[in-house]
Design a protein around this ligand. Structure first.
Ligand code: ADP
Ligand code: MG
Length: 690
C-alpha cells in the first residue's frame, strides 16, 4: 500500500471546501482529513423513528416523511419570510415551516420525498412542523434526519448540516486512506471493529449498538496509542547509559541539611534515598515524586540539585507559573548562594539583553542551577552539561514537555513532582513511564486546616473572620469564582470583588488584587508584597492555585467553590496551614444538587490528598479529573481515563507487551501503529530516537 494517510491530507482537498471553510475548520483545530474524521459528535439525536404527524404529541419533536405537494412563501412583516412546504405523510397534509430561509423552496421540488424533523404543532386543523432539520430524498445518503444523527460542537459560521456534509464527504472520499493500524492480534482478541467501519459508524451509526462498538474501539485505540508511547519512552530511558556520574559522598548535601531550620521528615528522607539511588544508577532517572500539598517536596528536589552540582553538572527546575518559578528561585537562592552555588531565574517576560547575558552564562556553565517557567525549554536555551531536570507540578505539563526538557541534556536524570496525588491504578497508567516515590504525611507541627462550607448570604461572617485574623497579624486569600466565558471575564469579576471588599466588608485591611493577565513584574511585585506582609488580603483568580508558599497566611476563601474541581480546591486549601498557626478554609457556594454537595462535603471532611483522590474517583462523572488534566498536548479526544479505567488497564498491558517484544515498533504488524503514533503526536519525534 502506498500513498499517504488521513493525517497528511489537508482539508483543502476536500470536495466543496474552499478557503473560507478551510478557515472555519482551522478555527476548530481541524487542519487535516484525519482531524476532521476524529472530530467526534458531542451528542446524537435519534431521528430514526418515523410516524405520521398526527401520531405525535402536540409540541414534541417529530420526524415525519411525506411527498411534497406544493408550497408558498409569506411575508407577514418586514424582515420575516415564512416558507411553507406542503407534504402528504400518507395520512394528513402537513405543513413544513422555515423562517427566513427563502432559498429553501428551490431546493425542494414538488413530487419528491421529504423528511423533516422539528417541533410539531396543531394550529386549528393544520399540522405544522417547525423545521429544525430536513432531508430531500434524492438518492443520496441521509445524514440530517431519518436516522441517528450526529450533533457536533460548532464554531461561529458553521452549521450542523455543513459539518455533517463535510464529514460525510471525507468518509466517502478518503475511505481508502483509513487503514487499520492496531495490530491484528489485538483487534481479534478484543473484538474491535476495523478502522474504516468505526469511523463511518461513530459519525453515522445505523443503531445504538453500532455506535457503542465504534466508540469502544476509538476509546481503546486512543488509550493504546498513548500507552504505547509511554511504554516506548520508558524503554528508551532505560536503554541509554548516562554520561554523567555523581560523587557518592556529598559535603554540600551535609552543609545544606545543617543550614535547614528543620530536620527532614522520615517521608522526605525515604524519597530522597530513592532518588539518590536512581541518580547513582547508570541509566537516567525518570521518577515522579508525589506528595500532598505542603509535604515538603521542594527540599527533596533541592537535595537532588545539590548532588548534581557537586558532580560538576548543571540542574534545572521548571515550574508552571511565573509566580511559582519566582518563589522557588527566592527560596533556593537563599540557601544555594550561601553555599557558593550560582542560581538564575529565566522567565518569558525578560528583556532581550538580560536574556542574552543569561543564556550565555548558562551555556558556559557559569550558572549551575536554572529555575524557570516554560522559558527553560525554549530552543535557544543551551546548557553546558545539564545532568538533572526537575519539573514541578507535573500535572500542568505533559509527556511532550518532559521530553523537550530531557533533550536539553545528554540523557539527564528527570524528576517530576506533583501535589495532586492520583489513585495508584491511574498513576501507573497516566504516568506509566515513571517510577513513583510518595511522601506520605506532613512535616510535624502543622495544625490541620478546618474547612467550612457556607452559602453566599453567610459571606459577611467569613469576611469578619478574615478581619479578625488580619488584626492578629495573619493574612488571607480570597479566590474569585471562575466565570463562564459568555458572562464577564475572570478579570472583571476579580476587580469587582476587590473593589467591593476593600471599601466594605474588609474596610481597614490592605487588600490587593492578583490576576493572570497582569504583567509578570506586577505579579511578582504583588506576590512579594504579600510575602513580606505589606498586603493583608490577596484577592485573586486561580493564578495562586499552584505551589504558593506564604506560611503567615491562615485563611483561604473560595467563592463559588462548586465551580472548581476537587483537585483544584485541595490545591487552593493547601495555600494555608503552612506555618505553625491554625488555619481555615471557607468554601462559599450556593449550588444545589447532590454532586456539588457531595464534593464540598468531601472537602470538609477529608484533608489527606490521597484519600481525596480516591473519593474523587468514586464521585466524579466524566469531565473533571483529579490531577490528570494535562495541558500542552492533545491527550484524549474521546477516552476518559477515569470512566474507562478498565480499558486503560487493558491498553497499558497490551502496550507493555507490544513494546517488550518490539521496542522500535519495526515489525511488519507494528509499523502502521508506529506511523499512526508519530502522526498523532506530530513533532514529538520520539520514535525516531529509539
Ligand atoms: P510542597 O510539597 O507543597 O511543594 P513545600 O516544599 O513548598 O511543599 O514545603 C511547604 C513548607 O514546609 C515550606 O515552608 C517548607 O519550608 C516547609 N518544610 C518542608 N520540609 C519541612 C520539614 N521537614 N519540617 C518542617 N517544615 C518543612
Ligand atoms: Mg511545591
Amino acid at each position: 500500500m502506498s500513498g499517504g494517510d488521513i493525517w497528511d491530507k489537508d482539508v483543502q482537498y476536500l470536495k466543496n471546501v474552499g478557503p473560507k471553510r478551510v478557515g472555519l475548520l482551522r478555527k476548530m483545530g481541524v487542519s487535516t482529513i484525519g482531524d476532521l474524521l476524529y472530530y467526534f459528535p458531542r451528542d446524537y439525536d435519534d431521528r430514526s423513528r418515523l410516524m405520521p404527524a398526527r401520531a405525535y404529541q402536540n409540541g414534541r419533536q417529530a420526524t415525519v416523511r411525506g411527498v411534497v405537494t406544493g408550497g408558498e412563501e409569506k411575508r407577514p412583516r418586514k424582515g420575516l419570510t415564512v416558507t411553507r412546504i406542503f407534504i402528504h405523510d400518507g395520512t394528513d397534509r402537513v405543513v413544513a415551516v422555515w423562517y427566513n430561509q427563502p432559498f429553501i423552496r428551490n431546493r425542494i421540488p414538488v413530487g419528491t420525498g421529504l423528511l423533516v424533523t422539528g417541533k410539531i404543532h396543531l394550529f386549528h386543523t393544520e399540522l405544522q412542523v417547525q423545521v429544525a432539520d430536513y432531508e430531500v430524498e434524492d438518492g443520496g445518503d441521509m445524514i440530517n434526519t431519518g436516522r441517528i444523527v450526529p450533533i457536533y460542537p460548532l464554531t461561529e459560521g458553521l452549521s450542523q448540516r455543513l459539518v455533517r456534509s463535510m464529514i460525510k464527504t471525507a468518509l466517502d472520499q478518503w475511505g481508502d486512506y483509513m487503514r487499520e493500524f492496531i495490530p491484528p492480534d489485538i483487534t481479534v482478541r478484543y473484538v474491535l471493529p476495523e478502522l474504516r467501519t468505526t469511523l463511518n459508524r461513530v459519525h453515522f451509526p445505523g443503531s445504538r449498538e453500532e455506535l457503542g462498538m465504534a466508540r469502544r474501539r476509538l476509546i481503546f485505540e486512543e488509550l493504546l496509542i498513548h500507552q504505547v508511547m509511554v511504554a516506548v519512552v520508558r524503554k528508551i530511558c532505560r536503554q541509554k547509559q548516562k554520561k554523567h556520574s555523581y560523587p557518592s559522598v556529598d559535603h554540600l548535601e551535609r552543609e545544606f541539611m545543617a543550614r535547614l531550620p528543620f530536620t527532614i521528615t522520615p517521608g522526605q528522607g525515604q524519597a530522597w534515598e530513592e532518588i539518590k539511588k536512581d541518580m547513582q544508577y547508570p541509566y537516567p532517572m525518570n521518577r515522579l515524586l508525589q506528595g500532598d500539598v505542603g509535604a515538603g517536596k521542594t527540599v527533596v528536589c533541592a537535595l537532588a540539585m545539590i548532588r548534581a552540582v557537586s558532580g560538576g553538572f548543571q540542574a534545572a527546575l521548571m515550574a508552571p507559573t511565573e509566580i511559582l518559578a519566582g518563589q522557588h528561585y527566592i527560596n533556593i537562592k537563599e540557601y544555594f548562594n550561601q553555599m557558593g552555588i550560582s542560581v538564575a531565574l529565566i522567565t518569558g517576560g525578560m528583556k532581550k539583553k538580560q536574556r542574552e547575558n543569561l543564556l550565555a552564562a548558562i551555556k558556559t556553565g557559569e550558572i549551575q542551577v536554572v529555575v524557570g517557567t516554560h522559558a527553560v525549554i525554549q530552543g535557544d536555551v543551551q546548557f553546558k552539561n545539564l545532568a538533572l531536570a526537575v519539573i514541578d507540578e507535573q500535572h500542568r505539563f505533559g509527556v511532550r514537555q518532559r521530553a523537550l526538557l530531557r533533550q536539553k541534556g545528554q540523557s539527564p536524570d528527570v524528576l517530576v513532582m506533583t501535589a495532586t496525588p492520583i489513585p495508584r491504578t491511574l498513576a501507573m497508567t497516566v504516568y506509566g513511564d515513571l517510577d513513583i516515590s510518595s511522601i506520605r504525611g506532613l512535616p510535624p507541627g502543622r495544625k490541620p486546616t478546618e474547612t467550612y462550607v457556607c452559602v453566599r448570604s453567610q459571606a459577611g461572617y467569613v469576611y469578619s473572620a478574615i478581619k479578625k485574623e488580619v488584626s492578629r497579624g495573619r493574612q488571607a486569600y480570597i479566590v474569585c469564582p471562575l466565570v463562564e466565558e459568555s458572562e464577564k471575564t475572570d478579570l472583571q469579576a476579580a476587580v469587582e470583588l476587590k473593589e467591593l471588599l476593600a471599601g466594605g466588608a474588609l474596610d481597614g485591611c490592605r487588600v490587593d488584587l492578583l490576576h493572570g493577565r497582569m504583567r509578570a513584574e506586577d505579579k511578582e511585585d504583588i506576590m512579594s508584597r504579600f510575602r513580606c506582609g505589606l498586603v493583608d488580603v490577596l484577592v485573586s483568580t486561580t493564578v495562586i492555585e499552584v505551589g504558593v508558599d506564604v506560611p503567615n497566611a491562615t485563611v483561604m476563601t473560595v467563592v463559588d467553590a462548586h465551580r472548581f474541581g476537587l483537585a483544584q480546591l485541595h490545591q487552593l486549601r493547601g495555600r494555608v496551614g503552612r506555618g505553625g498557626y491554625s488555619s481555615r478554609c471557607y468554601l462559599i457556594s450556593d449550588a444545589r444538587g447532590d454532586q456539588a454537595a457531595a464534593r464540598l462535603e468531601a472537602m470538609r471532611t477529608i484533608s489527606d490528598g490521597f484519600v481525596l483522590s480516591e473519593k474523587d474517583l468514586d464521585l466524579r462523572g466524566p469531565g473533571e479529573l483529579f490531577g490528570t488534566r494535562q495541558s500542552g498536548e492533545i491527550l484524549y479526544r474521546i477516552a476518559d481515563p477515569v470512566r474507562d479505567i478498565r480499558a486503560l488497564e487493558v491498553a497499558a498491558r497490551e502496550a507493555r507487551r507490544l513494546v517488550e517484544r518490539d521496542p522500535g515498533l519495526r515489525s511488519s504488524e507494528n509499523r502502521a501503529l508506529a506511523r499512526e503514533i508519530n502522526n498523532r503526536y506530530k513533532g514529538f519525534g520520539f520514535l525516531a530516537i529509539g
